[in-house]
Design a protein around this ligand. Structure first.
Ligand SMILES: *Cc1c(COP(=O)(O)O)cnc(C)c1O
Length: 396
């Protein structure tokens, strides 16, 4: 019995992660980014729905040693599942009272205010170990970063307490490098970051890593690569946007040659099995309410996946799944745990057949992007909503 079949003994649905796709994506991204920068794997939101526990060891096997999470609970998860001495950075939130835990475990964290620096100092002294600081500076996202006005005090504190405060990084986050409509704003942010950099350098505050780029920035603006790239979406095999994809893939086009294959591969596949098949006469409503009315005698298969698993309810009556290599449309409203699909023209379908929600079956494929085409959901959003309790299984 395969690991997926085993998972389906007790679960109605399973997510498969392709180890070879992870390797291919990371190899490509490393080559594109260049040898001298560090690859930081962003695994917030349960590794974009891929599952931190399963995804981290796959990435570690590709030689990646640095992981970035949003919150302390995710950092804790990485410490529990890492297979090497990987480094963890909290980019988002951690309570001042939990800083001692971070210091004790060598977990680095973003700092965006002087009061947080004081708290880090207290934690470091209490534990007797350096706090690892990434100073996030404000360059125009206007969300978290430290402003110019706070810089003097921060530098003074860092220099007075160099024994306890280790300036591991200075960083910022860009406001949408995946869209050319943000071009001017991004250029201003890069400029502003460079001003911070010379200002800090002239005062002797030089971190190990200057870092700015996420996937889109690294792929579109090479000057943002600097010492480290925080790769999120691209390592999972998705382009941050169609624009980014075209921008990158045009570099690999040769006149008179066929376009090369997509350098990124989807890591995730999402599967289930047909739970039941039934005949429904003409003029009947299917599922809750009255959103789907049969116009002929139909065969309807129920699939034990719903919005509680992260299958968007917005795909009611428009989404598709694959069964026996054929596309079958979702009919009626997607429920909490069950959806129905039309298998009238797919005559062999029976209980127990494999259902592909995302991925390949025979010659056909359903992409996460197709969810975005049919709804207003970003692929980031579809992935992040995948329920954490669905088992994740690694396949070659
Ligand atoms: C999510 C996130 C990233 C990764 O972004 P992608 O677009 O998924 O590559 C990088 N940096 C920060 C601060 C983030 O929050």
């Amino acid at each position: 019995m395969s690991a997926s079949e085993e998972a389906l003994l007790y679960h109605s649905t399973v997510i498969e992660l392709s180890a070879s796709a992870v390797r291919r994506n990371i190899r490509f991204l490393k080559r594109r980014m260049g040898q001298s920068a560090t690859f930081c794997s962003v695994i917030k939101a349960n590794a974009y729905g891929h599952g931190i526990k399963s995804f981290v060891p796959l990435v570690e096997a590709c030689g990646v040693k640095v992981f970035a999470v949003f919150s302390a609970d995710e950092a804790e998860e990485v410490l529990a599942c890492r297979t090497r001495d990987s480094h963890v950075i909290i980019m988002g939130t951690i309570d001042d009272d939990a800083l001692a835990w971070a210091v004790e475990n060598g977990v680095a964290f973003f700092v965006y205010g002087t009061s947080r620096l004081d708290a880090a100092l207290q934690a470091a002294k209490k534990i007797g170990r350096q706090a690892l600081i990434h100073l996030e500076v404000e360059t125009g996202l206007n969300r978290m970063g430290l402003k110019d006005s706070g810089l003097n005090a921060a530098v003074r504190c860092l220099q007075a307490h160099g024994d306890w405060l280790n300036l591991e990084g200075v960083c910022t986050h860009l406001a949408g490098a995946e869209s050319v409509s943000n071009y001017v704003r991004i250029q201003r942010q890069i400029q502003k970051f460079l001003e911070f950099r010379s200002s800090l350098t002239s005062r002797g505050a030089v971190p190990t890593f200057w870092h700015v780029a996420s996937s889109a920035a690294a792929l579109t603006y090479p000057e943002t690569v600097m010492d480290m790239v925080r790769f999120g979406i691209a390592q999972y095999g998705f382009w941050p946007s169609k624009e980014t994809e075209l921008h990158v893939r045009k570099d690999y086009l040769k006149p008179g040659k066929r376009a090369t294959a997509d350098p990124l591969r989807r890591v995730i596949s999402w599967k289930s099995r047909v739970m039941n098949v039934k005949a429904v006469g003409t003029g009947e409503f299917v599922g809750y309410g009255n959103s789907y009315l049969t116009t002929r005698p139909e065969r309807v298969a129920s699939v034990p996946v719903g919005y509680s698993h992260g299958f968007p309810r917005a795909l009611s009556n428009v989404g598709n799944v694959l069964i026996r290599g054929k596309r079958c449309r979702v009919v009626g409203l997607v429920g909490m745990n069950i959806m129905m699909v039309d298998v009238t023209d797919n005559k062999e379908v029976q209980r127990g057949d494999e259902v592909v929600l995302v991925g390949k079956q025979g010659k056909r494929e359903i992409t996460v992007g197709s969810f975005s085409d049919l709804t207003r959901l970003l692929n980031y959003e579809v992935l992040a909503r995948l329920c954490a309790k669905i088992p994740r299984v690694v396949v070659p």
